[in-house]
Ligand binder design. Structure first.
Ligand SMILES: NC(=O)C1=CN([C@@H]2O[C@H](COP(=O)(O)OP(=O)(O)OC[C@H]3O[C@@H](n4cnc5c(N)ncnc54)[C@H](OP(=O)(O)O)[C@@H]3O)[C@@H](O)[C@H]2O)C=CC1
Ligand SMILES: Nc1nc(=O)c2c([nH]1)NC[C@@H]1CN(c3ccc(C(=O)N[C@@H](CCC(=O)O)C(=O)O)cc3)C=[N+]21
Length: 296
């Protein structure tokens, strides 16, 4: 079987266009412009690239973008004070603190100081609890983007066997919750999983979120399965830096029914979902109906 390529880049452009339409309507009918604040602590080059591209796309859909760049040695008190200010700023509907944070800052404490209603990453314990109990919440952007692509490809996911490789709070665990919410039979695999190849071979849906370049070879993939590759790994090959996923794309594409590429798969959907979440947060805080098709 030769896999159908799930074009995340094109899908993300469609989602952003929907967001832009709704933002234009909000401005016209209600005089409201959604605002997203992104906080970056330190100078990690990869993080700087993401933050720049988030800012650019935020403006492109007609929202206000507020970037806060803090020194790597910023104190926890100063960071918490900034978050408090953004929590109380009516022009800010979404707050994202870029992770990972420098080691001297307590990530849990910082995330849980964000107003849950403005937590567009969906990382606050309140949102995690709401998602886990099937209540309305802010849903983490990367898993939401993966879910949108899976629903678009399959229609219903009910009864499918899904394997999520990785159990991080930002990708693996919320991904598993969303798949369970759509009635998949879900297995979460991690570094202690016995016989990972065997576990993956049973899956109709494989979501790989590990951070190990091309660790999933094609012969682990069940014929016709759908493969969602979350991994973003920069490697050196033939003297050039290259971006690859957690799945060996060439061999997996020979067996899968459908597969997301890296780049151009999950990454662009993550940013599109961040904008969708900001719009959702803005609508909820103003008591307006939520945008359709942009929430989980
Ligand atoms: N496209 C996008 O928008 C995004 C992409 N990413 C990318 O996704 C990847 C994962 O990110 P993140 O979840 O933050 O990573 P983490 O490092 O937080 O988690 C990695 C997970 O993979 C598991 N793991 C590690 N080695 C193995 C192994 N040999 N076999 C099975 N499982 C293993 C770990 O298990 P254990 O818990 O046992 O240690 C852990 O649960 C990265 O490449 C990251 O860059 C992340 C966010 C957004
Ligand atoms: N609080 C927080 N929220 C996040 O959502 C968050 C974060 N911290 N820290 C880092 C990770 C990583 N992440 C990506 C987003 C987009 C691409 C993306 O658009 N990638 C492009 C390629 C970009 C390139 O060329 O480098 C693609 O896959 O096509 C990748 C990775 C969000 N993250």
């Amino acid at each position: 079987m030769v896999a159908q390529v799930i074009d995340g880049k094109a899908f993300a452009a469609k989602v952003r266009a929907q967001v832009a339409d709704q933002v234009a309507k909000l401005k016209e009918e209600n005089g409201i412009t959604p605002g997203l604040a992104v906080v970056l602590v330190g100078e990690d080059p990869a993080s700087q690239v993401y933050v720049r591209s988030k800012g650019k796309m935020t403006v492109e859909v007609g929202m206000n973008s507020y970037e806060h760049k803090l020194d790597a040695d910023t104190s926890e008190a100063d960071l918490l004070a900034l978050i408090e200010k953004l929590n109380n700023d009516p022009a800010v509907h979404g707050i994202l603190v870029q992770l990972p944070l420098p080691k001297h800052l307590n990530e849990d404490l910082v995330i849980n100081s964000i107003d849950p209603a403005k937590d567009v990453d969906g990382f606050h314990i309140s949102n995690v609890g709401l998602l886990g109990t099937g209540q309305k919440s802010m849903v983490p952007c990367t898993p939401l983007g993966c879910l949108m692509m899976l629903r678009d490809h399959h229609g219903s996911l009910s009864g499918m066997d899904a394997v999520v490789i990785g159990r991080s709070n930002i990708v693996g665990k919320p991904m598993a919750q969303l798949l369970l919410g759509d009635s998949c039979t879900v297995t979460i695999a991690h570094s202690r999983t016995k016989d990972l190849p065997d576990v993956v071979r049973r899956a109709d849906i494989v979501v790989a979120a590990v951070g190990r370049p091309e660790m999933v070879p094609g012969d682990w993939i069940k014929e016709g399965a759908t493969v969602i590759d979350v991994g973003i790994n920069r490697i050196e090959r033939d003297g050039k830096t290259k971006l690859v996923g957690d799945v060996d794309y060439a061999s997996a594409a020979e067996r899968a029914g459908a597969i997301t590429p890296v780049p151009g798969g999950v990454g662009p959907m993550t940013i599109a979902c961040l904008l969708a979440n900001t719009l959702t947060a803005c609508c909820r805080s103003n008591g307006l109906p939520e945008p359709e098709g942009l929430t989980a």
